[in-house]
Ligand binder design. Structure first.
Ligand SMILES: Cc1cc2nc3c(=O)[nH]c(=O)nc-3n(C[C@H](O)[C@H](O)[C@H](O)COP(=O)(O)OP(=O)(O)OC[C@H]3O[C@@H](n4cnc5c(N)ncnc54)[C@H](O)[C@@H]3O)c2cc1C
Length: 470
């Protein structure tokens, strides 16, 4: 018997792979989810007039092994016809903006623009390469991504490119997040070769890692140069389809069943949920680390301590709809560097990425994250989030109309922060599980990557490890 805790995308994907690789028959796999529906942070609202509001993730990247693996899953679930790609060259892929000193600037997106001085940068970006070649190596195990980029490429790049990017990816502070979170290969290039550029040049001569996942959809994405993709009707279609597929194959999915404790005894796991006990041979936790920590704390305080030392941030998400096209420029959206001291992290131009069926504008304003306390105090109230979103959207984009519809979600502790030392923390966690021979697998966004692709890949890896164990 295998029990999977959590029905977010990683828990559902874990169940899918357990069946796919015939690790356990469906009758002995059960999934326990605290909420009344599956999907975790993947949640889409489709209004009766077909306006789509995404509360959590909205686009997925097709690139690399992780991206190809997710596309292969989409194909297995017969969802290929529902995929909405944004192809390279679309304004949403070319126009990524930053808001600095009360103005929107386009980030350089072509080779020629690297040689031109473009605000907010004080020099052409090619100077960043020269800075890297001239700067001495600093030997270290890990450091904040801001420090690494400022050291190797200059403060401008750290301030106006990396800081807002970290806000956009994990609502985090580039001065805390580990360089290995986004730039592991660049960091290793410096450690080995003394400079990132020298390291990259030497890697040109090495054999490239080829994607391991082949499917018609993966080939289509490559041929058509997809930049990102989503699903018709919203990304929630993915967890919903997985749920139906698992139920049809006989997996028991128990909703509104929060797990209350986990204890390990004689190679067995005893899971308490909904006043009953489930005895299993193995548990796959697809819970966020901070939710798993208290469940194991009485028997394994050290493991619990390490799990709870992965910080999480709360994000306010406000979707706004305006009755007509109110944007001057077609773009993916813009991000705000934290140095601008604005209470929003950025705005995604949803209806530029995926036009909605009327001539309306749908935008998503994100706020809070690592900077929530600084701007909103201890708690972000939904009404404050809506007021903040409307005020700043109108001011920055010069919109005079009021929105005709909106949706607000305060997502408590939704994004893990891979701060400096995350790798070491993960090593300690994995070593502890191994040393104590705990029949426990950890999957999900808390550990090896914060995106949807990473979460799904973590489940595939866990299933393959279990298959190997037999
Ligand atoms: C605002 C936002 C925007 C994002 N944008 C993107 C994007 O554009 N692209 C992208 O790739 N990624 C994006 N992400 C990240 C992506 O959403 C996550 O990587 C992914 O959803 C994580 O899935 P998960 O299954 O690991 O965790 P979760 O979604 O957190 O699922 C965990 C599940 O466990 C359940 N649970 C909790 N406690 C218990 C308990 N005691 N017992 C049983 N069940 C429990 C929860 O109810 C939940 O369903 C975004 C995230 C957020 C918050």
């Amino acid at each position: 018997m295998v029990t999977i805790l959590g029905g977010g995308i990683s828990g559902l994907a874990a169940a899918h792979y357990m069946l796919k690789f015939k690790i356990q028959p469906s009758g002995v796999i059960s999934l326990i989810e605290a909420a009344p529906e599956v999907g975790g942070w993947i949640k889409s609202t489709l209004r009766p007039d077909s306006t789509l509001f995404e509360h959590g993730p909205r686009t997925i990247r097709p690139k690399g092994n992780q991206g190809a693996n997710t596309l292969a899953l989409i194909e297995e679930l017969e969802l290929s016809s529902k995929v909405k790609p944004i192809r390279s060259g679309h304004p949403a892929t070319r126009n990524r903006l930053v808001y600095v000193d009360k103005q929107l600037y386009k980030l350089p997106s072509s080779l020629s623009s690297v040689f031109l001085k473009s605000k907010p940068f004080s020099k052409p970006l090619v100077f960043a390469a020269i800075t890297d070649l001239m700067s001495p190596r600093k030997s270290c195990k890990d450091e904040p991504i801001y420090d690494f980029v400022a050291r190797r490429f200059g403060k401008d790049i750290a301030e106006y490119a990396i800081s807002p990017l970290i806000c956009g990816i994990c609502a985090g502070d580039a001065k805390e997040v580990s360089v290995k979170f986004l730039m592991r290969s660049l960091f290793e290039a410096e450690q080995r070769h003394g400079s990132v550029i020298k390291g990259l040049i030497s890697s040109i001569f090495k054999e490239k890692e080829k994607p391991n996942f082949h499917s018609a959809l993966v080939s289509k994405a490559a041929d058509e140069k997809w930049n990102v993709w989503s699903l018709e009707g919203g990304l929630q279609l993915l967890p919903k389809t997985l749920e139906n597929s698992l139920r049809n194959k006989g997996i028991s999915i128990n909703l509104s069943s929060p797990c209350q404790s986990i204890s390990f005894a004689h190679n067995k796991v005893i899971i308490k949920a909904n006043q009953s006990e489930i005895v299993s041979n193995h548990v796959i936790s697809a819970l966020p680390a901070w939710k798993l920590a208290p469940l194991v704390s009485s028997q394994h305080p050290e493991l619990s301590h390490n799990l709870s030392s992965i910080p999480f941030v709360t994000v306010g998400v406000v979707n706004l709809k305006f009755p007509k096209n109110v944007l001057n420029e077609s773009a993916f959206g813009f991000l705000v560097p934290p140095s601008q001291k604005l209470p929003i992290l950025g705005i995604v131009y949803d209806s530029c990425c995926f036009p909605q069926n009327e001539d309306c504008t749908v935008l998503t304003v994100m706020m809070g994250g690592r900077f929530l306390k600084e701007h909103f105090g201890k708690v972000l109230h939904p009404e404050v989030a809506v007021q903040t979103a409307i005020k700043h959207t109108k001011e920055i984009l010069g919109i005079t109309q009021e929105p005709c519809d909106y949706n607000v979600s305060i997502l408590e502790n939704c994004i893990p922060q891979y701060i400096v030392g995350h790798d070491e923390r993960m090593d300690n966690i994995y070593k502890y599980i191994q040393k104590h021979k705990l029949p426990l697998s950890l999957v999900g966004a808390s550990y090896e990557g914060v995106g949807v692709n990473d979460a799904i890949m973590s489940s595939l890896r866990a299933a393959l490890r279990l298959k190997k164990l037999g």
